[in-house]
Design a protein around this ligand. Structure first.
Ligand SMILES: NC(=O)C[C@H](N)C(=O)O
Length: 339
């Protein structure tokens, strides 16, 4: 039986058209372009239903309310389809993939986020390869998690990062092997196929709702004044992501550490993620990291800043007691961090 995949088209370069101000999304344009591409209609390919969103956006305009819209859309069509593709702009694709990975509870079908660097209708577009393969993979290699497909690799969504502004290999997953690689042969690496039994899992898929959260994000730099932290923490913030040096180090500046201690006292969780692309936070490695741990800063392990932001949205939206919130932040919930 031919599988049937639901494609939610949210916007992004893949369906854009040139205009006098640069590329813009245009209603109906993607559906027309796909209809003219015979590869998508070959019998080896799954059937697809394309749902174009009313407000097609450049992904720089994505907000938590849009994550909610996508998650609800998947839930509304969950039982009818074998898998889901989210067509999305590349700029914030990793944020959305991370957010969906937390919001979609008991996921038993593949959800793949993809897009392109050049619009599908343009010469040399990477959109065709990305979408064609994402569809093929969703139908034939159903990995029951939120993946991000780009340039022949399926990455775990909440491990992915946009690493190249204009190359075709725009995404990487620096701390986790690709779930799958599509070369001459399709090779399953770190992904696990969902057997039919799992896809018909009795536990129903459920969406955890998220609301927009004020979250501070401070990247340390040599000479940073404690006032930068103080100001950030004075605004209405529900959490702070601290991008620290190396394995999680910060200057041993008493004023700076005092600010972090104050945040912990005010029950504002401070999550320590590294500025490095690879490797993980270990605050016991150096005295400079130890100071942070003493100030109540939480280890973010090897979570990407995108995953940290999404996880904070997910957990803060649940309004959990502070101790439980802190506990869950440091636990591996969806494969977003190494144990
Ligand atoms: N390649 C892209 O899709 C970039 C675009 N600005 C977006 O994120 O929507």
């Amino acid at each position: 039986m031919r599988k049937h995949i639901y494609i939610a088209y949210t916007g992004g370069t893949i369906g854009m058209k040139p205009s006098s101000q640069g590329y813009v999304p245009a209603s109906g344009f993607l559906a027309d372009t796909l209809a003219k591409m015979p590869e998508f209609h070959r019998p080896e390919m799954p059937l697809y239903t394309l749902h174009e969103y009313d407000n097609l956006i450049d992904s720089s305009d994505m907000k938590p309310a849009d994550w909610q819209l996508i998650a609800d859309d998947i839930a509304a069509h969950y039982d009818k389809y074998d898998g889901f593709i989210i067509l999305h702009g590349t700029d914030t694709m990793s944020y959305t993939a991370s957010a969906l990975s937390f919001m979609l509870e008991n996921l038993s079908k593949p959800v793949i986020v993809t897009g392109s660097q050049i619009p599908l209708a343009e010469l040399r577009s990477d959109g065709q390869v990305n979408l064609l393969n994402a569809l093929y993979v969703a139908a034939n290699y159903p990995i029951a998690e939120v993946g991000l497909f780009f340039n022949n690799r399926l990455l775990r969504g909440n491990r992915s990062r946009k690493v190249d502004a204009d190359g075709f290999s725009a995404f990487d997953s620096p701390n986790f092997a690709p779930l799958l690689e599509a070369g001459i042969n399709i090779r399953l690496n770190a992904g696990k196929l969902a057997p039919d039994a799992i896809m018909a899992k009795t536990q129903p898929m459920q969406v955890s709702n998220v609301t927009a959260q004020p979250i501070g994000l401070v990247s340390l730099y040599p000479g940073i004044s404690s006032q930068v932290l103080e100001n950030t923490l004075q605004q209405p913030v529900n959490a702070l992501i601290l991008l620290s040096y190396g394995v999680g180090n910060a200057p041993q500046h008493p004023d700076l550490l005092a600010q972090l201690k104050r945040a912990a006292e005010k029950q504002i969780p401070v999550l320590n993620c590294t500025q490095c692309l690879r490797g993980r936070v270990n605050m016991s490695g150096y005295a400079t990291g130890h100071g942070l741990a003493e100030a109540g800063v939480l280890p973010g392990s090897d979570m990407t800043p995108e995953a940290a932001l999404a996880k904070l949205h997910y957990l803060l939206s649940k309004q959990l007691p502070f101790e439980q919130l802190k506990h869950l932040l440091t636990q591996n919930l969806r494969g977003e961090m190494s144990d």
